[in-house]
Design a protein around this ligand. Structure first.
Ligand SMILES: [Zn+2]
Length: 152
């Protein structure tokens, strides 16, 4: 199997002080691969720092997911139990302390559409940090994960 160069094109780089060479290659099965070579120190550094930023972002996301899984395993059941058996107004009062978003009307609408349990589950999963805060739960392992994420 061999790659054959189909396109080789050199264009000015993003800042205009150097060039970027774009290469497109094709193999015997018409599969293509693209690569580029940045011939400009400034643009190369920008590209590398962007890559590093993306990697950091991915790591942060992975840690956040891990913390969320832990939170769900340990605290979701308790969270749901707080709301089970409450009527919607009492649930809203507990959820918002009667002041925050969402309004009572919005809360009614959401819980009517998807059911109180589903809504509370969704809320927990979309912002477990806030849910833990509302329950006054301090989970040291989760806290450590979130701190770790901040340090990345
Ligand atoms: Zn450049």
């Amino acid at each position: 199997m061999s790659w054959e160069e189909m396109v080789l094109e050199t264009k000015p780089c993003w800042c205009g002080k150097g060039t970027i060479t774009y290469r497109m290659e094709m193999d015997d099965w018409n599969r293509t691969q693209n690569s580029r070579e940045i011939n400009c120190p400034a643009c190369l550094e920008k590209e590398n720092s962007e890559k590093a930023r993306k990697q950091r972002e991915e790591k942060r996301k992975a840690i956040h997911e891990k913390a969320k899984d832990l939170a769900a395993q340990r605290h979701l059941e308790y969270w749901l139990s707080l709301y089970s058996g409450l009527n919607k107004k009492a649930a809203w009062q507990l959820y918002t302390s009667g002041k925050d978003y969402p309004s009572l009307g919005t809360f009614y609408k959401h819980t009517k559409d998807e059911g109180l349990q589903n809504y509370m589950r969704r809320f927990f999963l979309s912002d477990f940090e806030d849910a833990l805060k509302k329950m006054n739960i301090i989970d040291l392992e989760i806290k450590e994960l979130l701190n770790e994420r901040e340090r990345i």
